[in-house]
Design a protein around this ligand. Structure first.
Ligand SMILES: Nc1ncnc2c1ncn2[C@@H]1O[C@H](COP(=O)(O)OP(=O)(O)OP(=O)(O)O)[C@@H](O)[C@H]1O
Ligand SMILES: [Mg+2]
Length: 281
């Protein structure tokens, strides 16, 4: 459950956020449609939804890589609606699906950490942090993962497995205590064992540091069993929002059926669906 008291201010607020795209054929796609969302500190939110539902667009608006056409975004009471993404890095971190988007593969683990730390200091603060300080900070977040990565600081990132790189990416995203961590299908490109490992690492980091996290996943079983709150998106809207006791006893099958009812589709349309039989305890 969320770590902080119910009376604390939300870490994240979306107020009527809308994003439209103009396609080449001049058609307008409403990727995000007047979305309202408020997330309490320390909440681990899973986001599910079919392809094109608007999940990545919502995360991009929060990260600042896209700006909203309408609405407001507040991160810990700061209005970041029009703030460029580089200015948000200290408040909002993001891990993407592909390992090569999260680290520079030609640089070592240490060099990647040095870059991440420089980013946290702001755009013009690329002054070098000493190697020993970088190693110390990196070891602090890598050692608890139990993967031995803290002993491989001179290893070139590109030679690591996808799972190792994604685990490091999540650790780097936790640097500087961000208000919100965004995870956009960050285990989707991994084999099942690595995905399970990175999910475990993610949960450990997010829980230990009590980071408010939004995780997009197509693994409904995982979303159901590990999150404090579960959102389902469809056609640019949040169509289901379950938290606390709403989640108790809920099965993947229940979610599939809800999806079918809400989308007007069939079970086979539900591309969001994954392993059946998992139930929220
Ligand atoms: N840069 C863009 N230009 C035009 N249309 C876009 C762009 N980015 C997203 N869209 C459209 O906006 C809608 C939402 O896309 P988005 O990527 O947010 O979906 P998603 O829920 O993340 O899907 P997926 O599960 O496939 O990752 C889709 O119809 C998509 O085609
Ligand atoms: Mg997406």
């Amino acid at each position: 459950m969320p770590a902080s008291s119910e009376t604390s201010a939300p870490d994240l607020v979306l107020d009527g956020c809308t994003k439209r795209f103009h396609t080449a054929g001049r058609e307008v796609v409403t990727a995000l449609d007047h979305v309202d969302l408020s997330v309490e500190p320390g909440t681990f939110v899973s986001i599910i939804g079919s392809n094109g539902a608007g999940k990545s667009t919502m995360l991009s608006l929060i990260a600042g890589s896209l700006l909203a056409d309408e609405g407001r975004i507040l991160v810990r009471d700061h209005d970041v609606t029009t703030m460029p993404s580089w200015k948000r890095i200290r408040r909002v971190s993001r891990v993407r699906q592909n390992p090569q988007d999260n680290m520079v593969s030609t640089l070592t683990i240490e060099e990647n950490f040095a870059l991440a730390l420089a980013g946290k200091k702001g755009r013009f603060a690329l002054r070098r942090t000493s190697s020993s300080t970088v190693r110390e900070i990196a070891a602090e977040v890598l050692r608890p993962l139990g993967m031995g990565l803290e002993d491989r600081m001179s290893t070139v990132s590109g030679s690591l497995s996808g799972g190792q790189r994604q685990a490091i990416a999540v650790a780097m995203a936790s640097l500087g205590s961000p208000a919100v961590m965004l995870l956009d299908e960050h285990v989707a490109a991994l084999d099942p064992n690595s995905a399970a490992r990175v999910n475990e690492v993610t949960e450990r980091i997010v829980r230990d540091q009590q980071i408010t996290a939004l995780m997009v996943t197509h693994d409904m079983g995982h979303a159901l069993t590990h999150a404090d709150r579960l959102l389902m998106m469809h056609q640019g809207r949040i169509v289901l929002d379950f938290e606390g006791s709403d989640l108790t006893g809920l099965t993947v099958r229940d979610l599939q059926q809800r999806f079918v009812r809400l989308s007007g589709g069939t079970l086979s349309d539900a591309a969001i669906l994954s392993a059946e039989g998992e139930t929220r305890a």
